[in-house]
Write a protein that binds this ligand. Structure first.
Ligand SMILES: [Zn+2]
Length: 605
């Protein structure tokens, strides 16, 4: 009984397989020979395939302020084979082009294909569109396709937003989604989130008579697909802070990177000088790009992510952390800064000697930190200078120095953390000791960091030892649902307990009566900072400052670099202070130095 039951099931199953196979064969036959879609493509002449371009996703700042939206524009399309009896002069005057332009554009279209549509004139603004559309029936072979152009209402954050442009052959080859004349994100978040922002193109098939008149949809739009709008993005940027930072940095070369320590969200990313992002939209992009590119102030160059500097004295904080972790110093360790200790790296300050770790941070004492470095590198616990140095290097890498982040910033320089092999090659194997490479102890020599890395180091200290890769987009809205992007929590090789010591030192930089940023101490917010001045072989020193606030539950950590500005405390420190006040208090009584900062022009130095 049971056997028979299975026997029957077997037969039914076999029958089912055969039936499905037959269905597949019929379907295949249908698709290849009978399907109307096949007929459709064979009749290209009378049917017009009009791409439906989706609206690109909108972009908001962290508080919901609109940063990028779309504006309607129109492309004049041409199918060269269908162009006949054209009144060229009338057509040219309609479009506002010369007969020479016409010949060039027509040549280009023919070169692409004489029977396929291509863009004749791109991005006709909406105010001239109505007039053109009215006359279009006179010109066979031409039709208009609607597009959208990006608009940037705030003239701010140009580098982070990026721009879009026409796809190039390489991009088309990489992703068959794109066809000639399509737009693609070329830089910034437009590039990083291209697949989210672009949406999906649709297609409308229209019937056209010999007079270039549209005669409705083919088969009532049975094969039409509609475009699907791109996904909206919420950035981590705080527009108000971003704009304020740009104001403070006007007429200066340099950058500000501000991070929310608890999340790794970038609150402001300023590279100065910058440019109006609207200059790189649509038809004017081709004229403006070369001008910006040739500008000696390099407005297109994103200094915040691509410029590398020696970290200078800001690096002393990492030196202290490594010394504490390696157990070669404690918070009570004292080093003298006079006598034999006054050489080879001198102290430029006037303070008591010997001094302790916290005092050394507060006053940025050079001899203190080369002594710490010496204790780490010449530590007898390691078998060689090289292996001690390798360990020192690993600490730096754990602060994400010498490498790029794993996030949505499209372009980044890794900076430089030299490997022992570099010095082996330079000085010879076993021929170098801590004092040979002592300039590293004060953040000079071969060490190079980006402002972004420096801001992240500050966020790590603010957090007491951990970080999230700094990133610029917080959430994506997909099908109406907002999804927050998540990043992994990372720790350094330094134990959490040591960070409190360094934070205390940074607090003294502002709040002790001999701290190097004492002039900017705030009465309402407890701030922590560290100055740095970086020697610049090409001119005046660069001014560096890193800071976070408030001391407890920090809301903002940042790095400020002002090129050719002299001491760190002259420009970078007050700029950092103002940025922290702006973010934490929004409205505040302007300190006396705000006007000085805004008015200073350092571009001619
Ligand atoms: Zn000193």
């Amino acid at each position: 009984m049971k056997d028979k039951f299975y026997e029957n099931r077997k037969i039914i199953l076999k029958g089912l397989v055969v039936a499905i196979s037959i269905l597949f064969i019929i379907r295949l036959f249908y698709v290849q020979l009978i399907d109307e879609r096949y007929v459709l493509s064979a009749n290209n002449n009378v049917l017009r395939y009009v791409t439906q371009y989706p609206a690109r996703g909108l972009v908001y700042d962290r508080n919901g302020k609109l940063l990028i939206y779309n504006e309607a524009a129109y492309d004049m399309m041409v199918i060269p084979r269908l162009v006949r009896d054209l009144d060229t002069l009338e057509f040219c005057s309609l479009l506002g082009i010369t007969p020479d332009d016409f010949i060039i554009k027509m040549e280009r279209a023919r070169k692409y294909s004489s029977h396929k549509a291509s863009v004749f004139e791109a991005q006709i603004p909406k105010d001239s569109y109505g007039y053109i559309e009215e006359k279009l029936y006179k010109f066979s072979g031409f039709y208009v396709q609607s597009r959208t152009l990006r608009k940037y209402p705030n003239l701010s954050a140009a580098h982070s937003l990026g721009y879009i442009g026409e796809v190039n052959p390489r991009e088309i080859e990489k992703d068959p989604y794109y066809k000639m004349g399509d737009y693609i994100g070329k830089s910034g978040i437009e590039k990083a989130y291209e697949t989210e922002l672009r949406g999906r193109k649709g297609l409308k098939i229209k019937m056209v008579d010999v007079f270039n008149r549209e005669k409705g949809s083919y088969l009532d739009g049975r094969y039409d697909t509609s475009a699907i709008a791109g996904n909206d993005l919420t950035m981590t940027i705080d527009l108000e802070l971003q704009e304020y930072g740009e104001l403070l940095m006007q007429n200066k070369r340099g950058s500000i990177v501000a991070i929310e320590p608890a999340t790794g969200e970038i609150l402001a990313l300023i590279s100065s000088p910058s440019y109006d992002p609207n200059l790189l939209v649509g038809r004017i992009r081709n004229q403006n790009y070369p001008i910006l590119e040739a500008d000696s102030l390099k407005p297109l160059f994103n200094r915040a992510l691509l410029a590398t500097y020696p970290p200078g004295s800001t690096f002393k904080l990492i030196g202290a952390l490594i010394g504490l972790q390696e157990n070669v110093i404690s918070v009570n360790t004292q080093y003298a800064c006079a006598g034999v200790n006054a050489v080879p790296i001198k102290c430029s300050h006037n303070h008591r000697s010997p001094l302790s770790l916290l005092e050394a941070i507060e006053q940025s004492c050079n001899p203190y930190f080369w002594n710490v470095f010496k204790a780490v590198i010449d530590n007898p616990h390691y078998s060689s200078t090289s292996s001690a140095f390798e360990k020192w290097r690993e600490y730096l890498l754990s602060f994400n120095l010498g490498k790029t982040f794993d996030s949505d910033l499209m372009i980044e320089k890794p900076g430089n953390v030299p490997a022992p092999e570099y010095y082996d090659k330079y000085f010879g194997k076993n021929r170098w000791r801590s004092m040979t490479i002592r300039s590293l102890s004060i953040g000079q020599g071969e060490l190079l960091v980006t402002p972004l890395q420096l801001a992240n180091v500050t966020a790590i200290i603010a957090n007491g030892g951990f970080y999230y890769d700094p990133h610029i987009v917080r959430a994506i809205k997909r099908k109406g649902i907002i999804e927050t992007l998540s990043y992994k929590k990372k720790e350094t090789l330094v134990a959490l307990r040591h960070f409190e010591t360094v934070a205390e030192g940074m607090s003294r930089v502002y709040n002790s009566e001999s701290g190097t940023a004492r002039w900017y101490a705030d009465t309402e917010i407890l701030m922590c900072g560290k100055t740095g001045t970086v020697e610049n072989p090409h001119g005046d020193n660069h001014s560096l400052f890193i800071a976070f606030a408030p001391r407890e539950n920090p809301k903002i950590a940042l790095a400020v670099v002002v090129e050719n500005a002299g001491f760190g405390s002259t420009y970078a420190a007050p700029i950092a202070t103002l940025m922290m006040k702006k973010f934490i208090q929004r409205e505040f009584e302007k300190p006396y130095y705000e006007a000085r900062i805004i008015e200073t022009n350092l571009l001619n130095k």
